[in-house]
Design a binder for this molecule. Structure first.
Ligand SMILES: *Cc1c(COP(=O)(O)O)cnc(C)c1O
Length: 351
């Protein structure tokens, strides 16, 4: 089966080779304070810089999920509260998580088709961090880099945190536009779930230091202390980190992946536009995600297309949350190869 589900999503076909290597090279039993692990951590940081264009002075931390990153941000970088701009289920969930930790968390829901109008947004004065979801996986919408640039200007004296869980590793992100970025590896990284990354600007690191230690396990200061020596404060998922390292080594630089995914999305959009049966989940091209295609339709059309796809060995992604019965989604992620993509196109054209 070829999976077009936007998470957990199809993994890179090279994985069996990497698993084998990890076993042969004794990675699976490597101690996280060993030279082997430290070299691996250091190389992942280097690869994020080389392949994904993470700025030189940004720090990368390993966590276990994007969800965990939501909580770390509230626990270790927030004094009063965060301010959330969201349009769909994931942004809303992040907002809800934050509210559990800080009472003065605030948020504004914006229309995914309208997008954020940065100059109309009033950021509460005592907010520590402005939070947004760059790629809202649930409704297949994105906040593009132009809008993010405007938000950066508007929130110049705040930290900016971006959930890029379903776009990092797929499209080119301008990391310099925000202080906190995070993702987990089961989306555009094409790897099995269970590893998250948290990327911090010097300003974010400074803020963590200023706040000091709160708690222990998810204390950013404690994590950073270990990260400076390319270690982690707990025994991490070494295999997942190895898979991340190896897959990044074999990957092209992000601008090429970005170009390829944008080209593929354009091809999919041409098919959607040419067929009466399909309607975009987000009608406005400017706000549409480049890594997740959302198509809306009647409940019967959706179950029909899922069943027809399955007969051809293709798995369509379900709608998410409240959009479950009125949409389906197609992941446009890098692990999908050309042949599989052609098969998808053929199927959609015929349906
Ligand atoms: C998938 C997803 C998450 C949750 O990721 P986990 O690794 O399950 O914590 C968060 N935000 C967005 C935008 C996502 O797509």
């Amino acid at each position: 089966m070829i999976s077009f589900s936007p998470g957990p999503s199809q993994v890179f076909p090279q994985l069996p080779k990497y698993f084998q290597e990890a076993f042969v090279k004794d990675i699976l039993s490597a101690n996280h304070r060993s030279r082997t692990f430290m070299n691996m951590y250091q190389e992942v940081i280097q690869l994020f810089k080389e392949k994904l264009h993470m700025p030189d002075d940004y720090q990368l931390l390993f966590t276990s999920s994007a969800t965990e990153n939501w909580e770390i941000i509230s626990q270790s970088l927030t004094i009063k509260g965060t301010f959330h701009l969201y349009s769909g289920a994931f942004g809303k969930k992040w907002f809800d998580y934050a509210k559990h930790i800080h009472k003065s968390t605030e948020g504004i829901k914006f229309d995914p088709e309208q997008g954020i109008e940065p100059f109309k947004v009033d950021i509460p004065l005592d907010t520590d961090i402005v939070c947004l979801t760059q790629n809202e996986t649930s409704n297949a919408s994105e906040v593009n880099m132009e809008t993010l640039t405007e938000i950066r200007e508007k929130a110049a004296n705040k930290l900016l945190a971006v959930d890029a869980t379903s776009s990092m590793g797929g499209i080119e992100l301008d990391f310099s536009l925000a202080d906190i970025w995070f993702a987990s590896v089961q989306k555009c990284f094409g790897l099995p779930a269970g590893l998250g990354v948290l990327i911090l600007s010097p300003k974010a690191v400074q803020k963590a230091e200023q706040i000091g230690e709160i708690g222990r396990y998810n204390s950013l200061n404690f994590m950073l202390e270990n990260a400076r020596q390319y270690q982690t404060h707990y025994t991490p998922n070494v295999l997942a980190i190895y898979l991340l390292q190896r897959s990044l080594q074999d990957r092209e630089e992000i601008q090429f992946t970005d170009r390829k995914l944008r080209g593929r999305m354009q091809e999919l959009e041409n098919i959607v536009a040419s067929k009466d049966k399909f309607r975009y989940l987000n009608k406005f091209p400017e706000q549409r995600s480049r890594t997740v295609l959302g198509i809306s339709g009647t409940e019967s059309m959706i179950s029909e297309i899922k069943a027809a796809a399955e007969k051809q060995g293709l798995v369509m992604g379900s709608g998410y949350g409240s959009l479950k019965n009125i949409s389906f989604r197609i992941a446009n992620f890098p692990a999908i190869d050309d042949e599989q993509f052609e098969k998808l196109k053929g199927f959609l054209k015929e349906f």
